[in-house]
Design a protein around this ligand. Structure first.
Ligand SMILES: Cc1cc2nc3c(=O)[nH]c(=O)nc-3n(C[C@H](O)[C@H](O)[C@H](O)COP(=O)(O)OP(=O)(O)OC[C@H]3O[C@@H](n4cnc5c(N)ncnc54)[C@H](O)[C@@H]3O)c2cc1C
Length: 470
């Protein structure tokens, strides 16, 4: 059946630029963890002008559009809805420019460039983009979700490392904000409108990023802690003593890593008896080994802490960094193999993480004893992934349990512990109801005004930052 919009897109982008068959569409229609829909077609523009053309044509034909990067998002925001009328605008062909200014320590990069591609191009020049995670997203997707990652403690999130953007607005207007200055206090810094707002205000086609010098050495340790307060004490001691080089502080509970050794036979247990928390500590420096022996420094520091901390710290293991990181990165998939898993990406003020985790454990014990709490995450930034696991056979109605748990635990995080229901994964259909519940009415009103300017007909995305779609 002929479709006037698809025909017009084909004329503008060529055959390679538009995919329509169910087989070709499939990988764009299913999200990494959540989200499954049906697209009218996949538009794959290869330049900013082509992105603008796609959005103009969709506007003229009254079609809604969802931008898609590498589709690694975890809140179902990158896939179309079930209606079959939305266009997926994939940025995967907009991936040619990586233009480094080595003296300025900035890079101009196309929105569809993958993080691995960018870092591959930067490495020979001694730089990297230090927002680091266990997936390989596109730069535009990282801007839209304000990606955090495992080294936020040292380098910050995307927002902290973003200098400028070029964006195509909902009706095809191009907004060029490709600032390369680190100091530029000249009124509203409009690029921030497009950071963490999930692509509903515009499609990011290019970005200017601040890049960091590539560390010349890293040292990693795994520290066994007997409880949450021992973890916080370790963090404080490390920040005060080794703050200049501390680059990651990843906390993994016994329940979170026990399944890793069951499902990943190539990974060995660090200790026969796992402590309550295993903490992955990483230090990094641009000094080379002749100037500073980082591993020796970390070992000496943690050895002294082990002696001081008494029975708060059970042991320290050094020098198996790759293995420790592999354990960390295999947690999520290993937990998934254990049964039904419900993931929470929450944060609370750092000092309250132990109390918050205890409160969740107590709640589960009292109300849902069949549910296992498997918590891990970036405690250095106050972030924790509370993954809840249960066997389907033990629960009469898993969908109802999901609804109850989400409501109870997000309320606990946001209302009782002054935290966030989405620490780093952003907003999507998966957590839209909680955005609606917790977001201030004035913020929603502001988003409606901004949306009216950036995307007047409300064509972009599946998320509603201003409340109901008008
Ligand atoms: C194994 C794994 C580990 C992860 N770890 C972390 C982590 O540690 N920290 C963290 O913060 N996240 C993490 N994530 C989440 C995810 O990787 C990030 O949200 C990611 O940055 C999304 O980028 P993407 O290119 O895949 O975007 P997509 O998933 O394709 O899209 C995400 C959102 O951005 C919008 N979007 C995409 N491209 C553009 C564009 N060019 N312009 C405008 N909007 C756009 C989409 O419409 C959607 O709303 C992880 C994911 C996985 C699978």
């Amino acid at each position: 059946m002929s479709d006037a919009l698809v025909d017009a897109l084909r004329r503008a982008l060529g055959e390679r630029g538009v995919l329509t068959s169910p087989e070709d569409r499939a990988r764009f229609e299913t999200g990494w963890r959540y989200g499954k829909g049906t697209a009218r077609c996949i538009a794959r523009p290869a330049s900013t002008d082509e992105v603008a053309t796609v959005l103009r044509l969709c506007d003229t034909h009254g079609a809604r559009v969802v931008a898609q990067g590498a589709n690694t998002g975890l809140v179902a925001a990158s896939t179309p809805d079930a209606g079959g009328a939305m266009v997926v605008l994939s940025l995967e062909r907009l991936n040619r420019t990586i233009d480094l200014d080595a003296h300025g320590r900035t890079v101009l990069v196309d929105g569809g460039v993958l993080l691995s591609q960018l870092n591959g191009a930067l490495a020979p020049h001694g730089f990297w983009f230090p927002v680091d995670l266990g997936a390989d997203p596109q730069i535009g997707g990282m801007v839209a979700t304000n990606t955090g990652g495992t080294r936020l403690l040292k380098y910050g999130d995307v927002r902290h490392n973003l200098l400028g953007v070029e964006v195509v607005l909902g009706d095809g207007r191009v907004l060029t904000l490709l600032n390369t200055l680190r100091k530029n206090n000249t009124g509203l810094d409009a690029k921030h409108l497009f950071v963490g707002t999930t692509g509903v205000f515009g499609v990011v086609t290019r970005a200017v990023l601040a890049v960091a010098p590539l560390p010349k050495q890293r040292a990693t340790a795994l520290v066994g802690c007997t409880g949450g307060s021992a973890v916080l004490e370790l963090l404080r001691t490390l920040e005060q003593g080794l703050g200049d080089v501390l680059s990651a502080f990843e906390v993994m509970s016994r329940n979170a890593i026990e399944p890793v050794f069951a499902h990943q036979p190539n990974l060995r247990r660090p200790w026969p008896e796992l402590p309550a928390y295993s903490v992955l500590v990483e230090a990094a420096t641009t000094l080379d080994g002749e100037d500073l022996d980082l591993a020796a420094l970390l070992e000496k520091f943690l050895g002294a802490h082990l002696e001081r901390a008494g029975d708060q710290v059970s042991d320290v293991l050094m020098a198996r960094g790759d293995e420790f990181w592999q354990i960390r990165h295999h947690i999520s998939e290993s937990l998934r193999s254990e049964g039904k898993m419900l993931a929470f990406d929450v944060s609370v003020p750092r000092s309250r993480l132990p109390a918050f985790t205890d409160a969740v454990a107590l709640l589960l014990q009292a109300e849902h004893p069949q549910v296992r709490l498997c918590d891990y995450g970036h405690w250095g930034d106050g972030g924790t992934h509370l993954n809840l696991v249960w066997r389907e056979a033990q629960v009469a109605d898993s969908a109802a349990l999901v609804r109850t748990l989400q409501s109870r635990i997000y309320d606990l995080a946001v209302r009782d512990f002054a935290g966030s229901y989405s620490a780093e994964h952003g907003i999507g259909p998966h957590n839209q109801a909680f955005y609606d519940r917790y977001t201030d009415a004035n913020v929603k009103a502001l988003c409606r005004v901004l949306g009216g300017f950036c995307d007047p007909a409300g064509r972009l995305g599946t998320v509603r930052l201003g409340g109901e779609r008008s």
